[in-house]
Design a protein around this ligand. Structure first.
Ligand SMILES: [Zn+2]
Length: 124
């Protein structure tokens, strides 16, 4: 299991770095998320930290950029269309409609926000 995951992470990180000039990652509040028993196992299994480590050194080798987004940035709760922030967002909400009419898929909306946020950050 650990070997298979490590192999997958090497392939995934290599592909991400090969195909992109910059890779943006959001630093998840892993410690807090592990306190949630429903989430703990899948997060621990995902090995988020070791994937980031692989992305980091592969980006450096290739002369590309790995950009970290602030962990307090509300990527899921912010409408990527108008910027309005929802008060709260339960984990089981997979899509929602903003007051501006934008229908947000939770993960796609978050990805768009992270992309916007990253383009305002200076990379070096
Ligand atoms: Zn909106």
């Amino acid at each position: 299991m650990a070997f298979a995951r490590n192999d997958f992470q090497h392939k995934l990180s290599k592909q991400l770095i090969d195909e992109n000039q910059a890779v943006i990652v959001e630093t998840l509040k892993v410690k807090n998320m592990l306190k949630n028993h429903c989430l703990a196992k899948s997060i621990a299994d995902a090995g988020w930290h070791s994937l980031i480590t692989k992305l980091d050194y592969k980006a450096k080798q290739a002369g590309k950029h790995l950009v970290n987004i602030d962990q307090w940035f509300a990527s899921s709760k912010t409408c990527s269309c108008c910027g309005r922030k929802q008060e709260s967002m339960l984990l089981n909400i997979r899509s929602w409609t903003c007051e501006c009419g934008y229908v947000a898929d939770r993960d796609i909306n978050a990805a768009i926000n992270i992309k916007h946020q990253a383009s305002s950050i200076k990379v070096y």
